[in-house]
Design a protein around this ligand. Structure first.
Ligand SMILES: [Zn+2]
Ligand SMILES: [Zn+2]
Length: 305
């Protein structure tokens, strides 16, 4: 598998002189499978615009474009680039869009394609030239053909959100964003009038089991791309429940599950290149990561598994 990052930033695009090194585009990852002519795209954040242009320049001359987009969820930073993905305006393009929907009556086609209405954009969905099929996903294991297997896992985010595990010729590529650790939702303070000892300990157990299931999901991955928007201090001070992880959590989870390489991902938009460089001294230090190699995902970065 060949992986290339086209967007690594969370929440909103933030181009400018302070984000040149790590990049300012929101999530989009290209995944190519060697020996078979398959291209899978993870997320349609603003990074997909450049990827679409690359595909038109490099793939289209060899024949019509056929690709699949797997959406982790439909928060805007993960779908905002869809209308700027050039292949959807080419009539021979065949595109499948996979993703979870939180409400059954809100189809993926409506949520994603619905960005193309005159209210927001000069082209309507009905006018798109490409053949686009939308497929709703839950927790499943799919045989994609060509020896490509994909498994999905629900994560902990305010909206239904899926982690993906791609397996191909003995290699494993996994994503776990946007997510934060599951936590006990019951009161844990014995002095609080709402405290119930049984509920509190059951809540603790359920949270631990769910966190274990997530770690099992990416066990042994050759590469894990994990949500890491905050430091643990930032997370605990005001970001609990926002649906994003700390560096500390991402690294600990990757180490527990024997992940070989961990890409810290979904960078906080406020974070400058200089600040990320400073963070690498702590979080990418081999003394910290142990057997797991830790790095900050960077736009344009290529990795081969
Ligand atoms: Zn996001
Ligand atoms: Zn999100």
């Amino acid at each position: 598998m060949k992986i290339r990052f086209w967007g690594v930033r969370g929440s909103i695009p933030c181009p400018g002189p302070n984000t040149m090194k790590y990049g300012g585009n929101t999530p989009c990852i290209e995944l190519r499978f060697q020996d078979v002519d398959r291209l899978i795209i993870l997320d349609a954040g603003s990074g997909i615009r450049e990827l679409g242009n690359y595909i038109v320049a490099h793939d289209l001359p060899k024949g019509p474009i056929s690709t699949e987009i797997f959406l982790t969820h439909t928060h805007w930073d993960h779908i905002m680039g869809f209308a700027f993905f050039a292949p959807i305006y080419i009539s021979e393009t065949k595109l499948k869009v996979y993703g979870p929907v939180t409400y059954e009556d809100d189809t993926l086609e409506h949520v994603v394609g619905g960005q193309l209405t005159y209210r927001y954009f000069p082209v309507r969905q009905e006018e798109l030239a490409a053949e686009i099929e939308y497929i709703h996903l839950k927790e499943v294991r799919l045989d994609m053909g060509d020896d490509i297997m994909v498994t999905t896992k629900y994560l902990n985010h305010p909206l239904l959100c899926l982690g993906y595990r791609f397996e191909y010729h003995g290699k494993v590529f996994c994503t776990a964003y946007d997510t934060e650790p599951f936590r006990n939702v019951f009161c844990t303070d014995p002095h609080d009038p709402s405290y119930d000892e049984a509920m509190s300990s059951e809540g603790e157990q359920v949270a631990q089991e769910e966190n274990q299931r997530v770690e099992d999901f990416f066990a042994g991955a050759d590469l894990l791309v994990h949500d890491a928007q905050y430091t643990q201090e930032e997370y605990e001070s005001s970001k609990v429940g926002w649906g994003h992880s700390s560096f500390e959590h991402a690294i600990a989870a990757a180490k527990h599950s024997g992940v070989k390489r961990l890409a810290l991902f979904h960078h906080e938009p406020m974070r400058t290149d200089a600040q990320i460089d400073e963070l690498t001294k702590t979080y990418c230090n081999p003394d910290y990561g142990g057997n797991t190699e830790v790095f900050f995902a960077r736009e344009g970065m290529k990795i081969e598994l």
